[in-house]
Design a protein. Structure first.
Length: 135
């Protein structure tokens, strides 16, 4: 792991760590460990079965943990652009189904916009470091 960070700029390394931590934490704590009712409620807008929604939240959590770990090691700039698209889509989803969440402290708008910014920084740094971000 040390090798990957040694080959990249400090800005890219910090961006990767922040993004990975965010995805891993958001996958592990509110989805896998605590099974937040809010996470389940958000998913129940598209999956009407509570039992299935609960199971899907856990699997989504595992997926987020894996994606977070992947952000630490990938050399593909397209993954960071995919992250921008995913975070934008998640933000739209929340805005449509639970708009009241957007006025809370530390809300999804602030989190997602910050992570989108970090993803763009990582993409630019990766592109700079490799001459062109691998797709």
């Amino acid at each position: 792991m040390k090798k990957w960070f040694k080959e990249s700029s400090p800005i890219l390394a910090i961006s990767r760590i922040v993004l990975a931590f965010s995805w891993i934490y958001q996958g592990a704590v509110p989805k896998v460990i605590c099974r937040s009712p809010g996470e389940i409620q958000l998913l129940e807008y598209v999956i009407r079965n509570n039992e299935l929604a609960c199971a899907m939240v856990v699997w989504m959590g595992y997926g987020e943990i894996v994606f977070g770990a992947f952000l630490l090691v990938t050399r593909r700039g397209s993954v960071f652009l995919l992250n921008v698209i995913a975070l934008s889509a998640l933000l739209v989803y929340v805005a449509v189904f639970e708009p009241e969440l957007l006025i809370l402290p530390f809300n999804p708008l602030i989190l997602n916009v910050s992570l989108i910014g970090m993803s763009l920084i990582a993409y630019i740094e990766l592109k700079k470091n490799t001459g062109f971000a691998k797709r």
